[in-house]
Write a protein that binds this ligand. Sequence first.
Ligand SMILES: Nc1nc2c(ncn2[C@@H]2O[C@H](COP(=O)(O)OP(=O)(O)O)[C@@H](O)[C@H]2O)c(=O)[nH]1
Ligand SMILES: [Ca+2]
Length: 404
Amino acid sequence: HSNREMWFQDLFPPNMCPINAKTNTFYGIMFDAGSTGTRIHIYTFVQKSPEILPELEGEIFESVKPGLSAYADQPEKGAESVKRLLDMAIDAVPPHLWKKTPVVLKATAGLRLLSEEKAQALLSEVKEVFEESPFLVPEDSVSIMDGSYEGAVLNVMWFAGQLSGQNQHTTGTLDLGGASTQITFLPRFEETLKESPRDFLTSFEMFNSTYKLYTHSYLGFGLKAARLATLGALNTEVADGQMFRSSCLPKQLEAEWHFGGVKYRYGGNKEGETGFKPCYLEVLKVVKGKLHQPDEIRGSSFYAFSYYYDRAADTNLIDYEQGGVLEVRDFERKAKEVCDNMERFSSASPFLCMDLTYITALLKEGFGFRDNTLLQLTKKVNNIETSWTLGATFHLLQSLGITY
Ligand SMILES: Nc1nc2c(ncn2[C@@H]2O[C@H](COP(=O)(O)OP(=O)(O)O)[C@@H](O)[C@H]2O)c(=O)[nH]1
Ligand SMILES: [Ca+2]
């Protein structure tokens, strides 16, 4: 279908062809440079007339691991991983639209955790790759994204009903990345606006509407950063051969782990305690009192993405393809099951107990959700990855005047 359309457009420029007179097809290329991987999203939009919003027609998605921050000391190699993904766009976008197709990379928490100097070196190598490509390179095309923007574009997408259809009961979105975590919702009560820190509230314009949002990104509270925090290894100088131990890990375990360009040695409590109870106490130190708890969300339901989804799927709480609906207490039940029977889960990641326990503590003690708060776990809707990248691309196309 799309091949025919391209053939058609090449022969008859849209403005000369009566059938096509009002149909406008355009593309947007958005890179998500996350802490654990780099992903390219190539979106196709179709706008049938100036009065209605463009529709998302399709997406091409590809990803590579590790993320850019793993190339902290080899920025050129990092940029190379971006170039390989960008080559896909050369094939995906028809040549006559290259110059009108913007390419943007937004880095999230992984780069925020690097030194300014190393992060900038990576970004400028990537910028060079973009400049050498045939695509439109807007100003600020390569940057570290503001955490609240990340939350906003993810949430607004859902509210605009572009993807989700009508779901009036779900108030907001939760995203759990490797290095940071976001919470975003549309406040319903005046009280929430009054008692929230000022920088947690933002106005956001999209789809010709203004949304007043509560949104915050907690840096260092992503799943992988939380592992380090639980081990006591986050933001510390790691001495050579230093060993970090936790009751959340299998007793006999001793291993190595690379994150953000640093090598960590970690292991279980050989002699001491292991299991859910001591683990929960360890993890609690990481979250307790560290997050703002808006009253009105305690019993609301939320969409939950990324590692919430991945860990729920890993432990069969939801179907890997379909997703599902869970209560907060389901994560706790599963955390107990895994932590109190670590031998039985030895084929899974050694961090499974810690991850599930962290998710439980983050939801209950961090955000203050109730045991029966509903979480809607979703990965794809109509075959489109649910990601902030779609909202950000839409926003970008609007600001460049590429849509009508
Ligand atoms: N559905 C979906 N999940 C994604 C996508 N990109 C990343 N993720 C998830 O995001 C998590 C990793 O977070 P990451 O983005 O690397 O770290 P961050 O920089 O802290 O946000 C994992 O759970 C991934 O499965 C995507 O395009 N679609
Ligand atoms: Ca992310």
